[in-house]
Design a protein around this ligand. Structure first.
Ligand code: ATP
Ligand code: MG
Length: 283
């Protein structure tokens, strides 16, 4: 479903070019759950932003469900992102003074759906994350774990083909973290395509396979043969993660070369990283 080929990205420091992503090739099948780990500053968010069409590579190609998305105009890009990609961020990015239902409904405001239908879909998404009973509560009054569950509902409300999560448990305590990872494993079982960036190797295990970014290069990550997941997460660990863990470095780049099937039904919308969504990050 996703094919990134020969993607590079660099930053410029004075006259020096510093590579962030260096010849990245990444193929992800529909229904795959891929986790990405790597040290701070290694380019994980940059990769996710490119996958989410929030950023463009300097060179390379990106095909999403058969469509060469880097050549889309900015208007079509925004619509594509809104309808086909759901985002979950470490800082939740909810609008604090809006209630839970209104936050989840936001991505649907760009659609032509009736208010009634928007509400119905938002409640359906909230039910999936166990937050239906809090629809009227303002986001600012939720716990971190609850905020993230609402953010996941917002990412799901358009039934997007791809869900991108950047450190979704980075700001949560262990209990909330496990609850969020449990939701991601449920989404995986539903056949959703997910890419999750995390610092936490144990969280990364719940995916079908794990990739590591280091020095701008991407490779398969090996958890170590037979190393057990910690008790709290053992039940969530994907059976195929163990298998992919033994794939040698670099093989992941080739592993899913069966990429883009182009067959997924378009979802309706989803939250992009809109500037006003960042309101919550302000003091
Ligand atoms: N807009 C930008 N301007 C300048 N430098 C940037 C910009 N965006 C990212 N960088 C730099 O690119 C590198 C990769 O950043 P990125 O945010 O992708 O890393 P990361 O792996 O997500 O790190 P972390 O784990 O800390 O979130 C870092 O060195 C960062 O400082
Ligand atoms: Mg990051």
């Amino acid at each position: 479903m996703i094919a990134l080929q020969s993607v590079t990205k660099h930053i410029t420091d004075g006259r020096r070019k510093i590579p962030i992503l260096d010849d990245v090739n990444l193929f992800i099948d529909k229904g795959e759950f891929v986790s990405v780990i790597g040290p701070s500053g290694s380019g994980k968010s940059t990769l996710l932003n490119i996958l989410g069409l929030l950023d463009k590579p300097a060179t390379g190609s990106y095909v999403f469900a058969g469509e060469s998305v880097l050549s889309l105009s900015s208007g079509r890009l925004a619509a594509f992102r809104n309808q086909r990609i759901g985002f979950v961020f470490q800082m939740f990015m909810l609008l604090p003074r809006m209630n839970v239902l209104e936050n989840v409904e936001l991505p649907l405001l760009y659609s032509s759906l009736s208010r009634r239908e928007r509400r119905r879909r938002s409640k359906e998404a909230l039910a999936q994350v166990g937050m239906l009973e809090k629809t009227g509560q303002r986001a600012i009054h939720l716990s971190g774990g609850e905020k993230q569950r609402v953010a996941i509902a917002r990412a799901l409300v358009n039934n997007p083909e791809l869900i991108l999560a950047d450190e979704p448990t980075g700001n949560l305590d262990d209990d909330a973290k496990h609850a969020i990872l449990h939701i991601f494993s449920q989404l995986r079982r539903q056949g959703r395509t997910i890419v999750m960036v995390t610092h936490d190797v144990e969280s990364a295990r719940i995916a079908d396979r794990c990739l590591r970014i280091h020095g701008g290069r991407i490779s398969a990550y090996d958890f170590g043969v037979g190393s057990p997941a910690p008790a709290g997460l053992a039940a969530l660990a994907s059976p195929s993660a163990a298998a992919s863990a033994t794939v040698p470095d670099g093989a992941s780049d080739r592993a899913a070369a069966t990429a883009s099937d182009g067959s997924a039904a378009p979802g309706l919308t989803s939250a992009g990283a809109r500037p006003d969504d960042r309101e919550e990050a302000r003091p």
